[in-house]
Design a protein around this ligand. Structure first.
Ligand SMILES: Cc1ncc(C[n+]2csc(CCOP(=O)(O)OP(=O)(O)O)c2C)c(N)n1
Ligand code: SF4
Length: 423
């Protein structure tokens, strides 16, 4: 008897006899996942997590359609927040729930790109409900992959809008009760009630047959975007073994046996529409759009100065009501008139007056990567609080303009020059 017992490896080898075993990774994935220390090379997903399978389906579709160089992947907040570790495409990471809004901006700016909004159910159906509904309703020509695992995975298993009736979570320890927490949201059905979406399907990562269907849906959604047809949305029912406290095989079965009856698989929308050219406004110079073009022959139409900087940053800070934001806008407008790239980023509290207000202004000869300024070349400090708070950030050799007669005796700053001018 003992001699007939075979090891798992021998069993597997027997099963594979006559088959060629191929392991491959889509070219759309990085060759090496650059992660911290000993995590190099592996993904951050738990074993059996559906995100890995969803990533594989998306990357293979991008590769097959030859879209890698055109794709911009917008990753959400949630377990898939680090999708940019894996996809060798353009990547943007946005705030919780805002992926459809971010994707809208990217697509409208770069209409020839393939823009993917990838989101979990907490992200899409809770904090981002408004964004997804309005992006779908506007018919943005983006593709949304919605990974529904019926729970908040990343934060440890709180109830999501998709949590099933009776399903326990850390915030519904007795199981979801419709009388208290409402019914699960069926996002695919909801989106299919809108007029604009072109393609809406729900698929499941429950078994090989359904994974193949998911593969086709993912590809079709991307084709629709490639052809400029309209908004495409694929809901992917996906296992989360860790939070569900099930082993990966049982978790997959749970998708099939418990999730699918509650979230039926279906093509909810497959509209036949002709591709239409993107309705993008003609690109005109900003000065022209804002009607600030100087009149022919006037001084400002001819006076362009030689600027010695490549990039020049200014922070204006003070109280609400001092014109802090307006001053930043004026500087920005002057920059535009000089033909520079400009950005203006305001930051102020809820108070209309007397609250802290500041803004970041960037003037540059090249496109500006981020409007956020950590080390301004110039600080315009309109009050003492702002001086003390922001002066240490000023770049070495920078300048501070301070709205007072003189500096306080205890104030010393070695790295920047201060000019006091009571404005
Ligand atoms: C504005 C904001 N609110 C809350 C959080 C905390 N948070 C991070 S991930 C997450 C839930 C994500 O769940 P889901 O979208 O279902 O994705 P999963 O992790 O299951 O893939 C929450 C609430 C946050 N990061 N930002
Ligand atoms: S917690 Fe769940 S969704 Fe998150 S990585 Fe683990 S299995 Fe995946």
């Amino acid at each position: 008897m003992a001699a007939e017992l075979k090891s798992d490896v021998q069993e597997a080898e027997l099963l594979l006899e006559g088959y060629e075993c191929i392991h491959s990774k889509s070219e759309v994935f990085y060759d090496k996942y650059e992660r911290k220390n000993d995590l190099q090379g592996q993904t951050h997903y738990c074993p059996g997590c559906g995100h890995g399978v969803a990533h594989k389906l998306i990357s293979e579709a991008i590769e097959e359609l030859g879209l890698q160089d055109k794709t911009i992947f917008v990753s959400p907040v949630g377990c898939s927040v680090f999708a940019y570790y894996y996809f060798d495409t353009g990547n943007v990471q946005v705030a919780h729930g805002r992926a459809p809004a971010g994707a809208t901006g990217v697509k409208r700016t770069c209409p020839d790109k393939i823009v993917i909004s990838y989101q979990g159910d907490g992200d899409l159906a809770a904090i981002g409900t408004a964004e997804i509904i309005h992006a779908a309703n506007r018919g943005e020509k983006i593709t949304v992959f919605f990974v529904n695992n019926a729970i908040y995975g990343m934060t440890g298993g709180q109830m999501a809008p998709t949590t099933l009736v009776g399903q326990k979570s850390t915030t519904s320890p007795w199981g979801r009760r419709p009388g208290n927490e409402g019914f699960p949201l069926h996002m695919a059905e909801l989106i299919a009630t809108l007029e604009a979406p072109v393609y809406v399907e729900r698929v499941a990562l429950s078994d090989n047959k359904n994974i193949m269907k998911a593969r086709r849906a993912v590809r079709k959604a991307l084709e629709i975007q490639r052809d400029g047809v309209g908004f495409s949305f694929v809901e992917i029912l996906s296992p989360c073994p860790t939070i569900w406290a099930k082993d990966p095989v049982v978790a997959r079965k749970w998708v099939a046996e418990t999730m699918v009856p509650a979230f039926p698989l279906n093509v909810f929308r497959d509209k036949k529409v002709e591709p239409v050219a993107a309705n993008v406004p003609p690109i005109r110079p900003v000065e022209e759009v804002l009607e600030i073009t100087a009149k022919e022959g006037s001084a400002s139409s001819t006076t362009k100065h030689a600027h010695h900087f490549k990039e020049f940053s200014i922070k204006v800070a003070g109280f609400g009501g001092q014109g802090v934001l307006l001053l930043g806008q004026l500087l920005t407008e002057m920059g535009m008139r000089e033909g520079l790239e400009v950005s203006w980023l305001p930051s102020y509290g809820p108070e209309m007056r007397s609250g802290s207000a500041h803004c970041h202004v960037c003037l540059s000869k090249e496109r500006i990567g981020s409007p956020l300024i950590s080390h301004p070349d110039v600080l315009i400090a309109m009050n003492e609080i702002s001086l003390r708070k922001f002066a240490p950030q000023v770049a070495a050799g920078g300048l501070i303009l301070y709205n007072q007669e003189r500096l306080h005796a205890d104030f010393a700053l070695p790295q920047a020059r201060v000019i006091c001018m009571p404005a």
